[in-house]
Unconditional design. Structure first.
Length: 255
């Protein structure tokens, strides 16, 4: 993950207006977007610094799932687009799609800000989707194989899913307190964040409420999908991209 070279990070007026609209929002004491059917199973980025593409796609999947659950409750689910489910051709609309991840790494490569397995700015791939028209491709013939990246976009194999949902924009929030963050998570279902993942306590986290953050010099992207409290200890629920064997089935709780 690469941080933008901005020393005085402030919210722009559009973001402030949106945050102001949330301040009076009543939120429950606990919330978990997984219970709503808005969150796909954590995937594994393997030995590739591709956390940003996984967090960006996770935001999109949640956005699409929320819309589907509201408009078509009978179809309220996240689809599994893992490489084990390739016997049929699916449209990558609701679940994290490993095939789209590979496409983004190949086609969105644009150093020095977007460097494939060597990291990217936090919203790089959402911006890339928007710039290319707002659609993701529906041809699932690019399995996630980071060791075989060529940074050459296989345009002859891809066809944009223009019948699906169009991604038109995003909001990048720099300055927000925890009460507003709760409202952001409740209102959107998923909020991208970053964490310091260098410590062994993070790398080998197996469960419980994590209190081991030793620095605010973050280097790894994750997605906040909920919040709760246990024995008087409040925590955030974060989705990682290190597979389901890490942490609590691919998630962690952070104080």
């Amino acid at each position: 993950m690469i941080h933008p070279d901005v020393l005085d990070r402030k919210n722009d007026p559009e973001v402030e207006e949106y945050l102001d609209s949330l301040r009076s929002l009543q939120v429950p004491e606990s919330f978990d977007a997984r219970d709503k059917g808005w969150i796909g199973e954590p995937k594994h980025q393997k030995s590739c610094g591709s956390c940003v593409v996984f967090t960006n796609v996770a935001l999109i999947e949640t956005c699409m799932a929320r819309v589907t659950c509201r408009l078509h409750p009978e179809d309220c689910r996240t689809f599994d687009f893992s490489e084990q489910a390739r016997e049929k051709t699916y449209i990558c609309r609701y679940g994290v799609c490993n095939h789209f991840v590979q496409e983004a790494l190949e086609c969105g490569y644009d150093p020095p800000e977007v460097k494939g397995c060597d990291g990217a700015l936090p919203d790089s791939y959402i911006q890339w989707i928007i710039k290319k028209g707002g659609y993701m491709s529906d041809e699932l013939n690019l399995p996630y194989r980071p060791a075989q990246l060529t940074h050459t976009c296989p345009t002859d194999m891809l066809q944009d899913d223009k019948a699906g949902v169009k991604i038109t924009g995003e909001l990048f929030v720099y300055d927000v307190d925890e009460e507003l963050l709760k409202r952001l998570v409740y209102n959107n279902g998923a909020v991208q964040t970053s964490i310091a993942a260098r410590d062994d306590s993070f790398k080998h986290y197996t469960g419980g409420i994590y209190e081991g953050c030793s620095s605010n010099n973050t280097n790894h992207g994750m997605v906040i999908v909920g919040y709760d409290e246990e024995d008087g200890e409040k925590y955030w629920i974060l989705k990682n991209s290190w597979g389901t064997k890490w942490g609590e089935d691919g998630y962690m709780r952070v104080k």
